[in-house]
Every structure is written in C-alpha cells, then in structure tokens.
Design a protein around this ligand. Structure first.
Ligand SMILES: [Zn+2]
Length: 414
C-alpha cells in the first residue's frame, strides 16, 4: 500500500492554445530543432559527456546562435535527460530505440518568459525580439490564470510548437487529512463506489457502445485496405483518435463526479493496484476488446488519481486480489449465485459482488470497517436494468447501506 497523504507534491495541468508561428518565430523553432539534433548526436557519440565537453559544445553552438543563450542550455539539458533515460533502459536490458527528435518544439523555461496580467511575453532574441501572446483571447484558461494571479498556481516551462503553445500550470498540493475513505471498483459495465455508508453505482455501458461503434467502422475500413492501403490506414488513424476522444470525454466526466464526492465529503480514495491486471474484468472478451477495457480501466484510474491530487485528495492503492471472492464478514470463500450475487460458504452471507469488492477494498485500504456499516443478509443492490446516461453521468443507484444487522465485520489483511 502506497500512501501519499503525508508528503507534498507538484501536479501539472497542461493546456494547449492554438497559435500560428510564422516569420522569425517559425525560423526560430526550426533552428532550435536543428541545434537540438546536433546536441543529441554529440551526447550520444560521447563516451561520457563531461562538464568540459558540455562547455565546449555550448561555446561552439553559441558561435552562430543569435537567440537567447538559455535556449542552448535548455536543449543540452533536454537531450541529456533523453539520453540518460535511454541508457538507463538499456542497462536494465530493455529493448529501446535510440532517441530521435521528431517533433519540432522549443522548451521555454520560466526565465525566458514573463506574465503580466494577460500578456505572456517570451524572449526570443534578447532586447530585440519577443513573442507576445494575449491570453485574454483564450477564455477557457481564465480560471487558471486567476489562480496564477492570486498565487495559488504558477506557470511552469512552456512548449512552443509551430501551431500551438502548451502552458503548464503547476500546483503544489497539500493533501488533506481524510475524514473517511472511499473505495472504487471498476468493472466491465459499471463502476461501484463505496463512500462512507453510501454505495454509488455508475453505468459505464456507454463506453462499450462507443468502442462498438468504432469497431464496426474498423471492420468496414478493413474492406478498403484490399484496394487502397494508404487510405485505410489514414481512416483507421482518424477513427482511433475520435474513439479515444469520445471515451476520454466520458471518463473525464465520470472521474470528475467521483473526485467531486471525495472532495465534498473530505474522503481519501482507495484504488485497485492493477499491476497484476484484473482478469475478472477482461475475461472472455476478444483481444481488441480486452485491450480497450484495459485502456478504459487504466485511463479512468489515471484521471481519478490526477484530479484527486490536484485537489489534495489522498489516494492509496491496494492489491485487489480476491476482493470479490472473500467474505467481508468472516473472511470465508464466496461462491457465485444467480445474477451477480455471491454467497459465503462459511457464514451464509449473500451479497452483490461489486458491493463485496468495494467493501473489501475499503477495509484493506484503510484498515478499518466503515463506522456503522452493517452488511445485510439479503442484497439490497439487486440487478436492475440500468439506464445509460451518456451526458450527465449520474450514479444509477445510490443507496444508504444501513440495513439488517449482520455480524461484526472483521477486516482481513490483504
Ligand atoms: Zn462469511
């Protein structure tokens, strides 16, 4: 179990704004790219890139570099980072490609720009040429700008591309002391959340609908590939981008909803550690579907964790092994019943498997039983036809679990 509630961390929110670089700016980006490639080659060729070699390279590059000197340092640091991580992977015996610079962009560190009000001013050639961008033209970043002005956020290094500028808003987060914990179980067709005594169940079948629509499109496109391979590849790429965007949009809303509950109720979040992927979720489906469901689960976790961090909500991970097969009341073995019900062979408990999973995660992750929670003998969360709600993302069921009395729940260590 990793707990991040004790230390401070920085979280970055990146926003991209469209720009159109031309003239000097475009030339600058091109020249930076050429220079960075030279740097990369030099570092790769050097046995050990010493301080002396670094200084030599820097001096040589500066001879015909008319832009701010900082950009040369920036490029050296950036390329050093690339090569270091490449060599680290090599040492570990991983298969890695030699680093190459494909995308043209410039890293603009914070000493090379200023933000005054709405005006972002980037130094290109000191005292001679600056790139000025009026951020008032991008109203969607206004909430973040206000936070920068009030000192809650800072603007970190920028990425300047020919067609966009990426702004990185950096927040130092302080995790709050949770009043309670919320556990999350991600399944094929729903996401179940236990927050205090409330169980929320979110319908995620819309996601599968999205993937299904694109699967059909892919099949059609594959028909084209026989006579036009390039066209079919192009179409496949286009649709896969759209599919991911639609799915991501859905997952964003769902993650917002879940993190919103945690913030409102000052709860920490318990997620499943998927480093030994959940076969239960992925079982039985075709390989592409498996890949997509894996992607969905990981993407949702990533979004929840990221959004939680941004608001100082502590997050812990627990090993989910047997979380839906272990009786939360006595630790006995559960066997499947009709529908999604599970029954304990030892104590006779009958419960919904998703509820069992979140309850176990909740206990294993926080070490205690939710106060006042009683597990009922008869399930109050029966299978019901779920209604899809693609836009609002609402919990399809929200139930207070204060039901029939059952025996005391003994937490079982994972
Ligand atoms: Zn039991």
């Amino acid at each position: 179990m990793q707990n991040n509630s004790s230390k401070n961390e920085t979280v970055v929110k990146a926003y991209s704004i469209p720009i159109q670089a031309d003239g000097i700016i475009l030339e600058f980006i091109e020249e930076y790219h050429r220079m960075a490639r030279v740097v990369l080659q030099e570092i790769l060729n050097a046995e050990k890139f010493t301080k002396f070699e670094r200084k030599q390279l820097r001096d040589k590059l500066l001879e015909d570099w008319k832009y701010a000197n900082h950009y040369v340092d920036s490029a050296i640091n950036q390329m050093l980072g690339l090569v270091k991580s490449y060599r680290r992977k090599l040492r570990k015996g991983k298969k890695v490609r030699k680093p190459r610079l494909r995308k043209k962009f410039v890293y603009v560190k914070s000493t090379l720009f200023t933000l005054k009000g709405f005006i972002l001013k980037i130094t290109i050639i000191p005292r001679e040429y600056y790139l000025e961008i009026n951020l008032a033209n991008y109203p969607y970043i206004l909430p973040l700008l206000k936070e920068v002005w009030s000192g809650n956020l800072r603007l970190g290094g920028l990425f300047l591309f020919p067609d966009k500028l990426v702004l990185n808003f950096v927040k130092t987060v302080e995790y709050f002391e949770p009043r309670d914990w919320m556990s999350i179980d991600i399944n094929l067709t729903n996401v179940t959340v236990l927050a205090g005594l409330t169980v929320y169940r979110f319908d995620t079948r819309e996601l599968y609908h999205i993937h299904r629509v694109y699967e059909l499109k892919r099949q059609k496109i594959q028909g084209i590939s026989a006579w036009n391979k390039r066209l079919s590849e192009k179409l496949l790429k286009k649709y896969s981008g759209r599919e991911k965007n639609r799915a991501r949009d859905f997952l964003h809303k769902l993650a917002n909803k879940i993190v919103g509950i945690a913030r409102e109720r000052r709860m920490g979040i318990i997620l499943e550690d998927l480093n030994g992927i959940k076969e239960r979720v992925l079982g039985g489906s075709k390989s592409l579907n498996r890949k997509l469901s894996k992607w969905n689960v990981r993407e949702l976790q990533r979004l929840i964790e990221y959004k939680a961090k941004w608001f100082g909500v502590p997050v812990v991970y627990v090993n989910p092994k047997n979380s839906s097969k272990t009786c939360p009341a006595c630790g006995g073995h559960l066997i499947p019943q009709e529908g999604r019900l599970m029954k304990c062979l030892k104590c006779g408990l009958v419960e919904d498997r998703d509820f069992i999973a979140v309850l176990n995660l909740r206990m294993w992750g926080s070490g205690v039983t939710p106060k006042g929670l009683e597990v009922s003998r008869a399930s109050t969360l029966n299978e019901r036809p779920m209604k899809t709600n693609p836009y609002g993302i609402m919990a399809i069921e929200e139930k207070q679990r204060i039901g029939l009395k059952f025996h005391k729940i003994t937490p079982k260590p994972p």
